[in-house]
Structure formats: structure tokens, C-alpha cells
Design a protein around this ligand. Sequence first.
Ligand SMILES: Nc1ncnc2c1ncn2[C@@H]1O[C@H](COP(=O)(O)OP(=O)(O)O)[C@@H](O)[C@H]1O
Ligand SMILES: [Mg+2]
Length: 238
Amino acid sequence: MAERGVALELAGVSAGYGETVVIENVDLTLSAGDTLSIVGRNGVGKTTLLATLMGHTTLHAGRILLDGIDIARWSVHRRVRHGLGFVPQEREIFSSLTVRENLAVAARPGHWTLASVFDLFPRLAERQAGRGDELSGGEQQMLAIGRALVGNPGVLLMDEPSEGLAPVIVEELVRAVRRLAATQGLTMILVEQNARLALALAPRTIVMDRGRIVHDGESAVLRDDPATLERLFGVAGR
Ligand SMILES: Nc1ncnc2c1ncn2[C@@H]1O[C@H](COP(=O)(O)OP(=O)(O)O)[C@@H](O)[C@H]1O
Ligand SMILES: [Mg+2]
């Protein structure tokens, strides 16, 4: 099998908000097509790491390579055009636009279209004429993911997609994320508070603590080692 290229590489990345450094000396490499979960307690810098990839923070040091090109000083817009997709923790959909309009404004040519998003999330297809502010939390989350997908990213970042959702909706999201993980060439980073879900959805999981990566390894190993999970994360098997 041909060796897969490196999709994303962080080297010595320190970043934060203004003078404040939140993430420190982060090294991380993902091959094209990889799915990675990030777990860690509240406030350890998971969102800040994703925000740094998108260009929403102050970079203090380090390199961020997307397909081998250093994007660390690029604008957010340019990163999106170059293939970074982001599903923010707050979802941030347009409340006065319909589902269809929310998708249409983000669409760029490629594999993912409104039709393929509606195929992934049949619930959104049913609600396509509904306004953003009429949607349930689960539907808003599906729309946030769909909106990132129609931008046809090579690297998709998702920040706590299951947060605050009912178990039955989480099941629907899990099915979708599994389909995405199996999509040829799509590289994914999934920040997830639910450790059980995080370990089940990605073959590799990193644990963050106080702005640093404190563990990086196979999810299966961590799954079978609740003591280490408890020590690193404080909520074994949750
Ligand atoms: N916009 C911001 N301005 C200043 N500090 C922030 C901002 N967002 C987050 N922080 C701080 O950065 C740290 C990490 O937060 P965050 O990345 O949101 O953690 P997590 O996603 O792991 O819960 C926290 O101490 C938080 O208070
Ligand atoms: Mg967060």
C-alpha cells in the first residue's frame, strides 16, 4: 500500500489569547484519512487547540503545516479555502436563514453537496425549509456539521458535537461520524468530553491537560486501561 501523506502537522505550537499562553509546545502529526479524538477535562485547551488550527487565537510559537504548507500566519478565510473545516462548540448557525440557506452559503465545489449532506442527515432533509432558530439542538448540530462538510474540507475539526444532546440524537451523530471516518481521504479531529465515545470513534486518542498533550496512543489500549484513563482524565469510562 502506498504511504499516505501527512495531512496536518503541528510542531512546537504555543498559542492563546493575547499575551496569555493556553496551549504549550504541542506536537501532533496526522496522516491523510486519519481520525483522532482529543479528550481532557474542562478548560485544558481542547477548544483553543482547534481554534489555533483555524487561526482564531494568538500564535506564540510553532509551525502548523496543512498538506506540507505552513498556514500558521494565514487568515481564517484562507485556511478554510485551503481545506480546513470547523464545527464550533457553539454551532454558530445563522438563525434567520433556513437549513438549506445555511448550507448554500458555505458550499464549495466538491464531493459534499446539499444532497449528500441530506443523505447523511435525513432529519435535516425533512427540516430543510426550517429556520435556524426553529431547529432543535440536535438538528442545529447536524446543520453545523453539514455546513462544514459542504465546504469540502480535507481536514474536519469538530468541537464536542455530542454536548448537551439526548442519547438518541447522539446515536444519530455517531452513525454520521462513523460514515465520515470511513470517507476516503477525509482527516478528522474530534474533541469529545465523553471519553467512551471518543475512544470508540477514533483509533487514536490524545489526552490534554493544562495546555499540553499528556498522552497520545491507540484508543483500544486506553479503553482497556481504565486506571490510566482515570489518572489522565479523571472520569474513567464515562
Ligand atoms: N476567548 C478567550 N479569551 C481568554 N481566555 C480564554 C478564551 N477562551 C478560553 N480561554 C481560556 O483558555 C483555557 C482553555 O480553554 P478551552 O480551550 O476552551 O478549554 P476546553 O475546550 O478544553 O474546555 C481556559 O483557561 C479558558 O478560560
Ligand atoms: Mg471546549
